[in-house]
Ligand binder design. Structure first.
Ligand code: BMA
Length: 335
């Protein structure tokens, strides 16, 4: 393969552990997983499906917005900071939001955040309760003040993930229209906005796979971490769901999307990158869930660290090399 170009700022201090001797899988888990235990806060039932980004503040090198379900079992978001991307100081307060129309600011629930950096601004998108799930949007420059704007879509929608730059001059977002419950269907769509308020130009990206082609993603799919721009297209890591006789199983895989028209899928992995296999992925509040919401990468070495929720209980890290993932996605593509 010609040398892959990967966008992004150098990140030599990202969390990392070499591939274990003899390992043949494309991703490998951090040996000290889970990195964030469920009870890190006195009032947390679980901390998972969370979003981290490089962000310098004093001694800290990383910031994040974390899904914290409290001991009332309310779904909330909290801010956190870390020196090394592994040990996190998470604020005990819910993330403070300001600026929204009071109708939009009301909190039913907030969960599964993603954080996208464009320039010096960080955009937070999450599943926001507004008469059912939809996509909430806020921005911050300092991880102290969060400015909430309008919900992006009508209910019902989940897994809103923004691209890390404007596309064709507009903000761009992937999302997954859904229903009020534990939705048993789901395709990924693409939308654009000139102003972060009005979203349109909706395009279909991907449906679940055919059972006979790739069963782990045959019931529903949803975007995971912020897509990474490469010379082979946007690298999208996404989750897929299989319905077994014992319930839903959440794994994740990868796709490559066209750089200018990201609703065009160039390749899509048949095999999963990672599926629930360790004890902390197989057991917890919701068994058999690996749910990626963020990644850190270093374009110079091609290293990627993926943060994923484990069994809706705690947070794990997995590592890989972007050029290998891109090559593997193309080689194992089902389209
Ligand atoms: C989805 C979301 C995720 C969760 C997953 C498995 O619908 O609620 O937050 O990880 O189900 O329970």
């Amino acid at each position: 393969m010609k040398e892959l170009k990967i966008s992004g700022a150098p990140l030599p201090n990202m969390p990392w552990e070499d591939r274990p001797e003899g390992a043949h899988d494309i991703l490998w888990r951090y040996s000290a997983n889970p990195v964030i235990p469920r009870n890190l806060l006195p009032t947390s039932n679980s901390i998972f499906n969370s979003a981290v980004v490089p962000f310098k503040k004093g001694e800290y090198n990383f910031a994040g917005v974390f899904r914290v379900d409290d001991t009332n079992r309310r779904m909330r978001m909290h801010v956190g900071f870390s020196k090394d991307g592994i040990n996190w100081d998470i604020d005990e307060r819910d993330v403070p939001m300001e600026g929204a129309d009071p109708e939009v600011a009301r909190v039913e629930y907030r969960y599964d955040p993603r954080v996208t950096q464009i320039g010096d601004t960080f955009y937070v998108t999450w599943c926001n309760g507004y008469f059912g799930p939809t996509i909430g949007v806020a921005w911050t420059k300092d991880f102290e003040t969060f400015h909430q704007v309008e919900n992006a879509f009508l209910p019902y929608n989940r897994n809103g993930v923004m691209f890390p730059r404007k596309i064709n001059g507009r903000f761009a977002m992937l999302s997954r229209p859904s229903d009020t419950g534990h939705t048993a269907f789901g395709d990924i769509f693409y939308s654009e906005s000139p102003d972060l308020e009005f979203w349109g130009r909706h395009r279909h990206v991907m449906s679940p796979a055919k059972f006979e082609d790739s069963a782990w993603q045959c019931m529903k799919i949803g975007a995971g971490p912020v897509p990474i721009e490469t010379s082979e297209g946007w690298l999208l890591i996404y989750h897929g769901v299989l319905r077994s006789c014992n319930g839903y199983v959440y794994s994740f895989g990868s796709a490559l999307l066209d750089l200018n028209e990201p609703w065009k899928v160039l390749a899509r992995s048949g095999p999963y990158l990672l599926s629930p296999q360790t004890i902390y992925e197989l057991t917890g509040d919701v068994p058999n869930v690996t749910f990626p919401c963020a990644s850190l990468h270093d374009p110079e070495t091609g290293r990627i660290a993926i943060y994923y929720g484990c069994a809706d209980t705690c947070t794990g890290l997995a590592f890989g090399y972007i050029p290998e993932i891109v090559e593997w996605t193309k080689k194992n593509s089902i389209i």
